[in-house]
Design a binder for this molecule. Structure first.
Ligand code: ADP
Ligand code: MG
Length: 197
């Protein structure tokens, strides 16, 4: 914190008040994985399903956030750290507001994910969207791996920048061997177990 002249205000509305109104707890489902592992696909499908089941749910997706909140950041290690710090704080606020917040970010550094976890606390759920580099590269839905291999994209995760696999994820979804439907089912079961009132 840069300034010391800060005085927090405190809401009269408790976590429990919000959960009673919404029918579920707030929380963050933090999807991490390589580009092309399936984060955005699963985030939007899960959001769709939860929304129609009555959840207050919202997706924050890496590519979208980089158009706005993080439009002044690139993909250098320092900028990635700042991107995840910001997004972690925003997710914490959404969770505090009672939302099931689905975050879809490569978030390649363990330490950054730990910082994001800290911003939310107990309601943070790290989910490893697991597909190996070979699988993601063969999908290459956006053509980015090909360009990264040709040296056109610097700091590309998995090619010219590291991805540190989660060691303490609450859940792992294997998108190499299970289809989208099965993965969304697993995520929905998880939400029902941990966030439903
Ligand atoms: N089980 C699965 N879960 C998610 N995506 C899958 C799965 N199996 C295959 N795919 C495909 O993999 C691609 C993942 O792309 P995307 O969701 O944009 O990844 P990311 O957001 O992680 O970069 C999509 O084309 C999707 O259809
Ligand atoms: Mg994506």
């Amino acid at each position: 914190m840069k300034s010391t002249n800060i005085f927090e205000t405190h809401s009269h509305i408790t976590k429990e008040n919000r959960a009673d109104r919404l029918g579920h707890k707030g929380g963050v489902l933090w999807l991490t994985g390589l580009s092309g592992s399936g984060k955005s696909t699963l985030a939007t499908e899960l959001e769709h399903r939860l929304f129609h089941n009555g959840y207050s749910v919202y997706v924050l997706d890496g590519d979208n956030i980089r158009h706005g909140l993080s439009s002044n950041l690139a993909f250098s290690p320092e900028d990635r750290v700042e991107n995840i710090r910001r997004v972690g704080e925003v997710c914490g606020l959404f969770a505090d507001a009672g939302f099931v917040t689905i975050a879809a970010f490569i978030s390649p550094y363990r330490e950054d994910r730990a910082i994001a976890r800290k911003a939310t606390g107990d309601a943070f759920h790290e989910i490893h969207v697991n597909a190996d580099l070979e699988t993601c590269e063969s999908r290459d839905t956006k053509g980015l791996y090909k360009r990264a291999r040709q040296g056109e994209i610097p700091d590309f995760t998995g090619i010219s920048a590291p991805y540190e696999e989660p060691v303490n994820a609450e859940l792992q979804v294997d998108t190499m061997n299970r289809d989208v439907e099965a993965c969304v089912n697993a995520l929905e079961d998880y939400v029902e177990k941990f966030l439903k009132q």
